[in-house]
Design a protein around this ligand. Sequence first.
Ligand code: FAD
Length: 296
Amino acid sequence: MKIGDILKRGVFSVSFEFFPPKTPEGERQLFETIEHLRRLKPTFVSVTYGAGGSTRDRTRNIVKRIHEETELTVMAHLTCIAHTKEELIDILKDYRDIGIENILALRGDVPHDKPDFRPPEGACRYAVDLVRLIRSEFGDHFSVGVASYPEGHPESPNMEWEVRFFKEKVSAGADFSITQMFFDNSYYYEFLELCSKAGIDIPIIPGIMPITNFKQIKKFASMCGATIPQSLIDRMEPVENDPKEVAKIGVEFAIKQCEDLLHNGVPGLHFYTLNRSKATLEIYEAIKDLIPARVR
Ligand code: FAD
């Protein structure tokens, strides 16, 4: 089922993001997580794509397994920066042929271990080029999602720039967007206002990162420019070596964050699960009565 069509019907979306594991044990654990989370009847689940195409086969195989072995709607992330157009078309043809209808179209980042990296000749330089490629080669076969950044992408000099290039992705045919993680909802609300003023009318689903490892999240957050509120740092830092306490505070924080988002009429919630179900299940249990009915 196409995510864009589901969202157009005004269905509230709950979704979970996974990454393709490197080992058979990691894959077993992922499918155990999926087994737990599918009981929540997510609108869709998504599988990330490694920087520079490093997980091309693994992402494809996990997407295929979820599609074939469960009833879940699955979206494949695809980054364009390191692929030629021909490679991207081959990857997309394969997804079409195995029955996948949803793609998160991303630029991706230059691999850290390849400072001399140059995109291949004629490559898609930005995510918008991938959205255009999908629409020109595959018409409406895929529902296309794109990333958005309530606090601005680290390469964007200001929010005006951010919204301008986000709008280009929407004009090129994106059906919906998922945001970068954020911990202060005011950035998201301000971003929605800027988008609305710019005439962007696709659903912008907030990405929620339940904190279970504070040191790791501090690193992620500083890399992607997400502000961690001082009040949360003050609670987390004294206990950052105590995984149980960190997870307890992280879940409490995410519950409050989701409650506020739900009170403000968000179109859905996308959880970055890091392939674990516990925190997401606890958050969902606490907010489930606030979630609008989800009949497709
Ligand atoms: P773009 O939309 O192309 O934007 C990148 C930067 O370029 C922005 O600053 C934008 O303003 C600017 N820009 C865009 N168009 C132009 C133009 N024409 N001229 C000048 N500047 C321009 N990464 C992965 O490797 N794998 C994943 O699976 C993955 N999943 C993600 C999922 C979500 C929900 C999010 C939010 C991010 C994800 N990322 C993933 C990270 C993403 O690849 C990086 O943030 C990357 O740096 C930017 O990708 P993008 O698609 O947002 O790029």
